[in-house]
Design a binder for this molecule. Structure first.
Ligand code: UDP
Ligand code: MG
Length: 339
């Protein structure tokens, strides 16, 4: 019997959770030789997500939840789930049924056949705003060129992974997590399976344009130092041009004397260099900001409550360094007297 954990990050998903559970359960209950456990992460929802999760945990014995003290973002949610998981295989999927549960049997087959991971990508983007698809496509192209992280256009965070791969991912303890990059960075053999995009029918998307831009920047700046290299090359080219131009001006001044007008050229050069310097400081700043966040060593998430204590015992040891605090088992009176 294989144990499979399904990790589901949830932020304000009160409208979808019961439907999600029923639909997914309908698929997985038909899969032989596997036992499934759901680990829902309540990512600081402001609606009744936690109440619903608690109700589900009371009714179904394969439902676990970890509830964060505030909204830490989907990346932190996935990390919390992965580090709490103990299954032989681990599935990560969204709560909104945009990741069709019907793919799960195929994913399990793939990993049974010897792959370390089987991940889904969508072939269509029906129902998505054009502008979002456009920027998304541009991002994938740019990202695949600029970083060592290669992923197909349309890659989503819906995948199954072997225990070994999950352990590798949990060992990557950076704070600003870009999971798609980390999934690829740890290596292992991934099979990609296509699916048609499913529109969200219940609840609403949690991504604003600003949020997506930030996410795309995390993808690039966390996985590539190419922008810094471009800066130094650009700096060198500009320096070389400046030396040639300075020589030209010097020789001309010596030969024909001082040429007073030159307002336009001076201004253009000044503005051009000013722009480049600003851009350079900005890009350097992005890296410094990341160093700053990493160096503080804050936990990736803070859990306020969970019903996982019984499964994993005191989980603190596992989680203290990167995420924190699943409540410890109470020390009994008996144990205290023996100390
Ligand atoms: N999510 C989360 N924390 C957040 C934002 C989103 O846990 O801060 C979860 C959300 O509940 C859902 C998944 O991440 O299960 C994907 O979010 P969403 O459907 O809003 O993204 P989209 O499908 O539009 O990319
Ligand atoms: Mg969605």
């Amino acid at each position: 019997m294989k144990k499979i954990d399904i990790i589901v990050p949830c932020y304000n998903e009160q409208d979808v959770l019961t439907t999600y559970y029923k639909e997914t359960q309908a698929v997985v209950s038909g899969i032989p030789d596997c036992s499934f456990r759901y680990i829902f992460i309540n990512d600081g929802s402001r609606d009744d997500t936690l109440i619903i999760l608690k109700g589900m945990a009371a009714s179904y014995d394969n439902v676990r939840y970890i509830s964060f003290s505030r909204n830490f973002g989907k990346e932190a949610g996935m990390y919390a789930g992965l580090s709490a998981s103990t299954g032989d295989y681990v599935i990560v999927m969204d709560a909104d049924l945009q990741h069709p549960p019907a793919l799960i049997p195929k994913m399990i087959e793939s990993i049974d056949a010897g792959h370390d991971c089987c991940a889904a990508y969508r072939t269509t983007r029906k129902g998505e705003r054009r502008i979002r698809s456009f920027f998304s496509q541009a991002f994938y192209k740019f990202n695949n060129k600029l970083t060592d992280v290669k992923m197909p256009y349309g890659a989503v965070d819906y995948r199954i992974m072997s225990r070994q791969m999950v352990n590798a991912i949990v060992s990557v303890s950076e704070r600003q997590r870009f999971s798609k990059g980390i999934f690829s960075w740890v290596g292992f053999d991934t099979e990609w399976i296509p699916y048609e995009n499913v529109e969200r029918t219940l609840g609403t998307t949690k991504w604003s344009f600003r949020g997506l831009t930030r996410y795309a920047m995390d993808g690039i700046f966390s996985f590539s130092v190419v922008p810094l290299k471009v800066l130094s090359v650009m700096g060198f080219i500009i320096f070389a041009i400046a030396v040639v131009y300075a020589l030209f001006i010097l020789i001309r001044t010596l030969a024909v004397g001082i040429d007073a007008p030159g307002y336009a050229s001076t201004l253009i050069i000044l503005l051009f260099l000013g722009g480049i310097i600003e851009l350079s400081i900005g890009i350097t700043g992005e890296y410094i900001a990341r160093i700053f966040t990493e160096i503080k060593h804050r936990p990736i998430y803070i859990a306020k409550e969970s019903n996982m204590d019984n499964d994993n015992g005191c989980n603190n040891e596992n989680n203290n360094a990167k995420g924190t605090v699943l409540k410890c088992r109470e020390v009994t009176a008996d144990e205290t007297t023996h100390q």
